[in-house]
Design a protein around this ligand. Structure first.
Ligand code: IPE
Ligand code: IPE
Ligand code: MG
Length: 257
């Protein structure tokens, strides 16, 4: 049976979902098209997943759109991706505003072509006061890059006597990551069958539920997304405790209501 939004338990909705949108190239290859065609089709999935997220009340959605390692792809593909990024952002801003979506970006933005930087900043500014879904695009992002930046900033603060070593804790590290103002994702989805993290949100995913599907990104639409959310909702998140402890806790909460 194909799930609809009725299958979602709204009391157990993840606040933050992160997605590694993988498989555009393979999707295109299966259709004897070039990889860029796959990226174009992938944008349609982005649009649908953003709209569904806003509609069902997801608060944060992070999409891995371009990794630091993706700079090593053929230069024609990189150029096409940058072009697609600029055009998509330009086209989508009015819909983002209509859907009350706030756009944010994480990653080494200075490494992007100037045109991309300008377009992204404009879209960020134009959607800054929206109060619905926060859409976070990971662009020229890698978790190792992010951790190096955080450690440099923390070390500088210690060196300048603005921070003592004893003040360094998990919260302080989180506060120095590019995701400082967002909660950690509870659910991470990767499409297209690869079972790896590919340098995505290493610190933030420490306790996320991971969901892998063989569906290529351009085929990942509303139904597949709801399926992933329902799968997440059927899991028991124990955070190191025993199943019995979690069950007792749930019963106590039920009884006090
Ligand atoms: C994801 O699809 C898009 C980006 C990484 C930019 P891929 O381009 O990685 O597609 P495959 O994995 O080669 O099929
Ligand atoms: C990860 O996908 C990056 C993005 C989805 C943007 P890749 O296709 O680049 O990852 P690998 O190379 O399979 O690890
Ligand atoms: Mg890939």
């Amino acid at each position: 049976m194909t799930p609809t939004t009725d299958a979602i338990d709204y009391a157990k909705l993840p606040k933050h979902i992160a997605i590694i949108m993988d498989g555009n190239g393979r999707w295109a290859k299966e259709r004897n098209k070039d990889r860029v065609y796959g990226h174009h089709e992938g944008v349609l999935s982005v649009r649908e997943i953003v709209n569904v997220s806003a509609q069902i009340g997801i608060q944060y959605l992070t999409l891995y759109a371009f990794s630091t390692e993706n700079w090593n792809r053929p230069k024609e593909e990189v150029a096409a991706l940058m072009e697609l990024l600029v055009n998509t952002i330009r086209k989508e801003v009015s819909d983002l505003n209509k859907n009350n979506v706030r756009l944010c970006v994480i990653g080494d933005l200075e490494s992007l072509p100037l045109k991309c930087q300008v377009e992204m900043q404009e879209a960020i500014d134009l959607t800054a006061t929206n109060t619905g879904l926060t859409l976070i695009l990971a662009l020229s992002y890698s978790a190792k890059w992010e951790l190096v930046e955080a450690i440099k900033n923390i070390a500088t603060a210690v060196k300048n006597n603005q921070l003592s070593v004893t003040e360094i804790n998990e919260e302080l590290i989180s506060a120095h990551l590019s995701t400082a103002s967002f909660p950690d994702p509870e659910l991470m989805i990767r499409t297209s069958g690869e079972h790896r993290i590919s340098n995505f949100l290493l610190y933030q995913l420490a306790y996320a539920e991971l969901y892998f599907t063989s569906t290529h990104w351009p085929d990942f639409r509303k139904e597949q997304y709801i399926q992933a959310i329902c799968d997440y909702q059927n899991r028991e998140r124990r955070f190191g405790k025993t199943s019995e402890q979690i069950q007792t806790n749930l019963t106590n909460v039920d009884e006090s209501n």
